[in-house]
Design a protein around this ligand. Structure first.
Ligand code: TNX
Length: 602
């Protein structure tokens, strides 16, 4: 692997044996931008034609050396479907580079985002143009608008892109804007890690030559953020969306309601947020999103080709709603606000018609604010609503969702309820043998895989991890990476698997830095599982590629857990940038009570 980015340092030639001959800081002379043609202009003064040829060859070799990237074309997470390096075709971003893009609003916006990503670190103007004749070193083409006869005119898979890097430019081609967007994320990883700096860096912006053709394995690739146990601001959520987009995840599931807090304003039931939103785990002040806040999240996500999946957890996990509206409670008495971390004690009254008015109003308003097709209705751990009372409730709620023209998603406990068109079950068990889920799949349900013992990002990495739970076991990076979504559940066909989601429950998580600490480096592991074909995946290759992400997170000010399983570059190789955020710190330990059978002091 050749992943050792250095801000303000000339890329070093690849070493035949990096382990035996690691360049030291002293070898890496900080340089002014070098002029590749210089060696040639000295050498071509030789008179003999043979000498001129030799000189030309030497100049070319020198050029190649100087433009050699520190990153290989395949050093991308998630692993691309196909990678064809052309080492003679490395590209160096010139100071006058422009971004040229098809004249399509969605494509243009991807081009604008590419320029926004590159401008801070490169300090280059990078104008964006859709004039077909304009020069542009970075060219984004929507294949549908590509000229006839172009190699780009072909059938494109959903979200597929092609990235060609040549000496004179980078071309990203796709059939849709989301494909272009994924191509941009790949290009970002092919540039030196210093590109993540928010302030200008002296760097040679080399991109390794060759072609990547890439497409996702699963259409649903997601992460969940629990904003109910602890509330997170719109800005925090937007930053989480950036993290998803970086690794080609395309769904953000927001767990908006739970016992400890109701986080979305509902006009027709205003006390839900005003009263139910004012608490959180540990007794904090809570918070909630106004319709405008939520629209901002949804819009920010949409621009990054991420679909928001809102969850209103029913019929259990509803204490905050009952505090606000005691008429929904089985005994019609307001319970005290709840700030602990137990589960399974609360529920809305499934025998009262008013409950269904509430569900219809809430889901109607949430649907109206949400452009995506999904409405997640929870359904987990409603221990006090049993048998037909439970399935009858879920079936009515499912009909409300389909009546709104949306697709039902629910935790896998809703499996015994009747099938409705397109229904999706989110598996969070730890034992892949569940006949009720297999039967629901036979009746037409599809699956999102979030096995608690592989995909739950609130599980600790190791016994001494200062945050998180361990009821589903410890999840180190290898465990997050090493499972197969299509065979995880017994007796379900691979075609039923829509994708993979990594949930982050936040009983123990109180800040963005703590979210990031639990996300990184496991989120990219799950992203690779969801995006990359099994034939392109291997633990050995993944841990090497993942190691190269560390300096990027460092440059971007992202907190991460330096898992000992990963061969991170030496800390000295991290990109040090004046004015960049301080290096990631470990969150402080605190007591966490797990509601799933174990109490731990961490
Ligand atoms: C289980 S997974 C829950 C959540 C907890 C989580 C803690 C699921 C559907 N329910 O209520 O927050 O475990 O890990």
């Amino acid at each position: 692997m050749s992943l050792t980015p250095h801000a303000g340092v000339t890329p070093v030639p690849e070493q035949p044996d990096p382990a035996a001959d690691v360049p030291t800081k002293a070898d890496l002379t900080p340089s002014e931008p070098t002029t590749p043609g210089l060696a040639a202009s000295v050498l071509v003064t030789a008179q003999e034609p043979a000498a001129a040829v030799l000189a030309g060859n030497a100049a070319e070799a020198a050029d190649r050396l100087l433009t050699r990237p520190t990153i290989g074309l395949g050093d991308v997470v998630p692993a691309p479907a196909s990678v064809t390096p052309r080492p003679a075709a490395n590209f160096v971003l010139p100071a006058d580079a422009a971004v040229r893009v098809s004249a399509d609003p969605a494509a243009r916006d991807v081009a604008a985002q590419l320029a926004e990503l590159l401008r801070p670190a490169t300090g280059l103007p990078l104008p964006v143009t859709d004039l077909p004749t304009a020069p542009g070193a970075l060219v984004l083409t929507l294949a549908a608008t590509a000229p006839r006869g172009s190699t780009a005119v072909r059938e494109w898979a959903e979200e597929e892109y092609r990235l060609d890097v040549d000496v004179d430019g980078v071309r990203i081609t796709a059939g849709t804007a989301n494909g272009l967007f994924h191509g941009v994320q790949t290009l970002r990883q092919l540039l030196p890690a210093a590109v993540e700096s928010r302030t200008p860096v002296t760097e040679r912006w080399v991109v390794p030559g060759g072609t990547i053709v890439d497409r996702p394995r699963f259409p649903y690739r997601g992460a969940m953020l629990d904003v109910a146990r602890h509330f997170f601001t719109v800005d925090d959520v937007c930053r989480v969306i950036d993290h998803l987009a970086r690794y080609k995840l395309n769904h953000l599931h927001l767990h908006l309601t739970d016992d400890q807090g109701w986080r979305i304003a509902v006009d027709s039931w205003p006390r839900l947020a005003a009263v139910g939103g004012s608490t959180g785990v540990g007794g904090g002040p809570g918070g909630w999103y106004t319709a405008a806040d939520y629209r901002r999240i949804v819009g920010y996500a949409a621009r990054r080709h991420v679909t928001v999946v809102p969850e209103v957890d029913l019929p259990g996990h509803t204490n905050a709603a009952l505090v606000a509206y005691p008429e929904l409670a089985p005994d019609k008495v307001a319970p005290p606000p709840y700030t602990g971390t137990e589960v399974g004690f609360s529920y809305v009254d499934p025998t009262d018609e008013r409950t269904y008015d509430f569900v219809a109003d809430v889901l109607g308003e949430v649907a109206a604010l949400t452009p995506g097709p999904w409405l997640h209705i929870g359904g987990d751990e409603a221990f006090k609503v049993k048998g037909v009372a439970y399935t009858g409730f879920v079936e009515r709620v499912q009909r409300i969702v389909t009546g709104l023209g949306r697709t039902v998603v629910g935790w896998h406990q809703i499996a015994p309820a009747g099938q409705v068109d397109g229904r999706v079950l989110q598996w969070w068990g730890t034992n892949g043998d569940d006949p009720t889920v297999a039967e629901a799949v036979r009746r037409g349900a599809r699956l999102i895989l979030s096995p608690g013992n592989h995909a739950y990002l609130d599980m600790k990495y190791a016994p001494d991890t200062p945050l998180g739970h361990d009821w589903a076991g410890l999840i180190d990076v290898h465990r997050a990476y090493h499972w197969e979504p299509t065979t995880h559940l017994a007796d379900v066909p691979a075609e039923a698997v829509l994708g993979v989601e990594a949930p982050l429950w936040t009983e123990s998580v109180t800040s963005l830095a703590e979210i990031e600490f639990l996300f990184f480096p496991r989120l990219p592991a799950l992203a690779e599982l969801a995006w990359s074909a099994p034939s392109t995946r291997s633990w050995t290759g993944f841990r090497e590629r993942l190691a190269g992400q560390g300096p990027r997170w460092h440059a971007a000010g992202i907190t991460y857990h330096p898992s000992p399983e990963i061969p991170w570059p030496r800390p000295a190789d991290n990109v040090r940038i004046a004015g960049s955020p301080p290096p990631a710190r470990q969150p402080r330990p605190r007591s966490v009570t797990s509601s799933h059978g174990q109490t731990k002091n961490t």
